[in-house]
Design a protein around this ligand. Structure first.
Ligand code: DX5
Ligand code: ZN
Length: 231
């Protein structure tokens, strides 16, 4: 079985003490941390540049999973690779040839991911499945933390697994104890959570509970796959 992983999204942390927040995630047993990079063009928000990623890298040896919500992933992937992240995910919507971007990230020595907005069909990335290590299914429209999970994204997760993809399927946006379980049943194994994890009274207990409940749900999804189109 694929490993279940929980990555807190640092977008929801207290940036005035980011080093302590990173330490809190590590102590709480996070499997890595998710960095949301927004350029004010692809999404209507600006977040962090490579210097912030570099600062986070100095605080931790954990996996840094970089989500590029930018219109120029070729340039940005070079900057963030240099900053020391471990995995770089670009959006399929911005790449006229996703394979070129995927190969460029691979050449930088990083794990490669491709992401899909809620209204982007799976067919756009089908030809890319062999070129990537992970697929990130957006379960909200990207741009802001704290949004409501979109259940309409669930069939897409199932479609990705039905197509035989055996890499990581990540979900991102509005993930909490209930929505994570629904995603796991559909075939997701990496759970990116911002608000839910950072607002929790006990971050470590929340991460552990998410990992346990999604593990059971992921197995259930393998044994009794949801029928496509029923969600
Ligand atoms: C949204 C980002 C997400 C976001 C998740 O554009 O890609 O990573 O921070 O935050 P929550 O868990 O609060 O929806
Ligand atoms: Zn993200």
């Amino acid at each position: 079985m694929l490993p279940i992983r929980v990555y807190p999204s640092l977008l929801a942390c207290d940036f005035s003490r980011v080093g302590e927040e990173v330490a809190r995630c590590e102590k709480g047993g996070a499997d890595g941390m998710h960095l949301d990079v927004m350029d004010g063009h692809f999404v209507p928000n600006l977040t962090m540049g490579p210097d912030v990623a570099k600062a986070v890298r100095r605080c931790t040896k954990s996996t840094l999973d970089c989500h590029l919500m930018v219109t120029d992933p070729l340039a940005a992937s070079r900057w963030f690779a240099e900053a020391g992240v471990d995995a770089i995910t670009f959006h399929a919507e911005v790449a006229s040839d996703g394979r070129i971007v995927a190969d460029a990230i691979r050449d930088l020595g990083k794990k490669v991911g491709v992401s899909l907005n809620p209204d982007t069909p799976f067919s756009l990335i089908r030809p890319l499945l062999r070129s990537v290590d992970q697929v990130l299914v957006m379960t909200v429209f990207p741009g802001f933390g704290g949004q409501k999970f979109m259940e309409s994204a669930l069939p897409k997760i199932h479609e990705i697994r039905q197509a035989g993809f055996t890499g990581d399927v990540q979900v991102d946006g509005g993930i909490n104890s209930e929505t994570a379980v629904a995603c796991a049943e559909a075939g997701a194994n990496v759970f990116i959570a911002g608000t839910f994890v950072f607002m929790a009274a006990d971050l470590g207990a929340t991460i552990r509970a998410l990992r346990e409940s999604t593990k059971t749900a992921f197995l259930k999804g393998i044994l009794q796959p949801p029928v496509a189109g029923t969600r």
